[in-house]
Write a protein that binds this ligand. Structure first.
Ligand code: MEV
Length: 310
């Protein structure tokens, strides 16, 4: 969008309902876009540059600049000065790096006079995501760029991106996202799981396969409007994530708290580990948000798909 001389773009955060981690090994995952994300603002400049918040550490600055410069080169470094406005909690498993990548990708495309279609934005954001995460499955930036509930599957090959199939929901798909504990970096959690699965491949592949099946069943449940079946798949998925060593006391406690507040299903979302985000499926998310906020929990609600109230 252009306002006067400046441009603004948006990249949505994401929430994985089913299939994080197993998606890295080629199984499907069900993920949807959050209404919260990262906004980028661009103004004409002499050269292509990213303005970084002063609060970032040296390592974070290097990483962000490396990712931005890689994407900028791919579109001929258009002369634009880009600043970022994240409205999403950062580094908690809600796809903030993907949201940032998509917002920057759209900005760079616009500044280069190209159409920022979801496909083009995803292609450019992928270059940034690889800098951030090494070998991500691609589910985060694809969901962010498409802004649709997707059944996503990575293509075979270590560094290849995958494809998402849109999942239509006849019912409003509403979630509460709550934060619990201190989160470990995604790269670290993914690498530790890779080591365990390399040691006991058959055992871990069995569980990954089951998680992929849950994601496919969950997508069918969404299309049939059966939120109870989706919630049950989420609860079972949480059990499997826990079996894989990806949950922790703060995450488990939050999962049970959301279930006791009426969640049809609740589980960790994103990489998991010592802490991070938990997602609960609710028919009435607002009353859960009120109660959690009263209890001092950082949380918010979002609708991932389905008809919206006017
Ligand atoms: C992170 O949001 C999701 C993971 O499955 C990693 C990935 O898909 O690249 C843990």
């Amino acid at each position: 969008m252009a306002t006067g001389n400046s441009l603004s773009t948006f990249g949505a955060g994401k929430v994985i309902l089913l299939g994080e981690h197993s998606v890295v090994y080629g199984h499907p995952a069900l993920a949807g876009p959050l209404s919260q994300g990262v906004k980028a603002r661009g103004v004409p400049a002499k050269k292509c540059q990213l303005v970084l918040p002063s609060t970032l550490s040296r390592a974070q600055r290097t990483l962000l600049l490396g990712a931005f410069n890689r994407a900028a080169k791919l579109v001929g470094e258009p002369p634009v000065k880009v600043s970022l406005d994240p409205e999403l909690p950062l580094a908690v498993g809600l796809g903030s790096s993907a949201a940032l990548s998509v917002a920057c990708a759209r900005m760079l495309l616009l500044a280069a006079g190209k159409a920022p279609s979801s496909k083009e934005a995803a292609r450019l954001a992928w270059a940034m995501e690889q800098e951030f995460h090494g070998t991500p499955s691609g589910v985060d930036h694809t969901t962010s760029a498409e802004e649709q509930l997707l059944l996503y599957r990575k293509q075979p090959g270590a560094s290849s991106v995958g494809k998402g199939k849109t999942v239509d929901s006849p019912r409003a798909l509403k979630v509460v996202v709550a934060l619990a504990g201190e989160r470990s970096p995604t790269k670290k959690t993914v690498a530790a799981l890779r080591q365990r699965q390399a040691r006991w491949p058959e055992r871990y592949q069995r569980i990954f396969k089951e998680m992929g099946k849950l994601a496919s069943e969950g997508a069918k449940a969404v299309e049939a409007g059966d939120l109870e079946a989706l919630g049950d798949a989420m609860n079972v998925n949480q059990g499997l994530l826990s079996a894989l060593g990806l949950s922790s006391t703060p995450l488990e406690e939050m999962v049970y708290r959301l279930r006791s507040l009426g969640a049809l299903g609740a589980k960790l979302t994103g990489a998991g580990g010592d802490g991070g985000a938990v997602v609960g499926l609710f028919t009435d998310p607002e009353s859960a948000v009120v109660q959690l906020t009263r209890q001092g929990v950082r949380c918010f609600s979002s609708q991932l798909a389905g008809p919206r109230a006017l």
